[in-house]
Design a protein. Structure first.
Lengths: 114, 116
């Protein structure tokens, strides 16, 4: 019930291409879905987030698509760059208007080939 | 401004010893979280503190793990009688939850614990 399933585990994309990472959840009580980016030796950093009452959110080259009925959401990175190479975690929480633990997906290691 | 800081950055300890990990949250943040990141287990929640409320300890894996937060600021995670399976990166995060806003958590760089 509390799990967030993420795929793929690793992804290689050519520079300029579109990177797509998919996630699915079960608990309909989740009301906040952040994506985190993590570089080696660093803590995760918030990249972009969405609430379930919105189907899409775009910030620069990063877009979250959200399908509430299917309980799925995805991250799209347009015009992928070598600097985007990192591990990406989707996540879910009940952290809107209150403190809440984050349930993380298992992570996707993204490599962008120059 | 200063982010979340953690110390030490690396800790090597012998099996059976106790360790203390420290977290300094962002000034003014009322919520503080501990997570653990290990190979094969991903990122898992351990415990969080919010203001003066009782902490949510639901993620602590055993009674060897405990945490406290003094004065609503600095937190210490203590692992007693360490085991090899405790080897992981321990991450601290802090946030300022507000009504009508998402709880954006800011992570520190982590403490890498190795139990030999």
């Amino acid at each position: 019930q509390q799990q967030v399933k993420q795929s793929p585990q690793s992804l290689i994309v050519q520079k300029g291409g579109i990177s797509i990472i998919n996630c699915a959840y079960e608990n309909t009580a989740f009301d906040y879905f952040p994506w985190y980016q993590q570089f080696p030796g660093k803590g995760p950093a918030l990249l972009i987030a969405i609430r379930p009452d919105v189907s899409e959110k775009k910030e620069g080259r990063f877009t979250i698509s959200f399908n509430k009925s299917a309980k799925q959401f995805s991250l799209h990175i347009m015009d992928s760059q070598p600097g985007d190479s990192a591990t990406y975690f989707c996540a879910a929480s009940m952290g809107y208007s209150s403190a809440s633990k984050i349930i993380f997906g298992s992570g996707t290691r993204l490599s962008i080939r120059p | 401004g200063a982010g979340v800081s953690q110390s030490p950055s690396n800790k090597v300890t012998e099996k059976g010893k106790d360790v203390e990990l420290r977290c300094d949250p962002i000034s003014g943040h009322t919520a503080l979280y501990w997570y653990r990141q290990s190979l094969g287990q991903g990122l898992e929640f351990l415990i969080y503190f919010q203001g003066n409320s009782a902490p949510d300890k639901s993620g602590l894996p055993s009674d060897r793990f405990s945490a406290e937060r003094t004065g609503g600021s600095v937190s210490t995670l203590t692992i007693q009688r360490t085991q090899q399976e405790d080897s992981a990166v321990y991450l601290c995060a802090s946030s300022l939850p507000r009504l009508g806003s998402s709880d954006e958590q800011y992570f520190g760089p982590g403490t890498r614990l190795t139990v030999t």
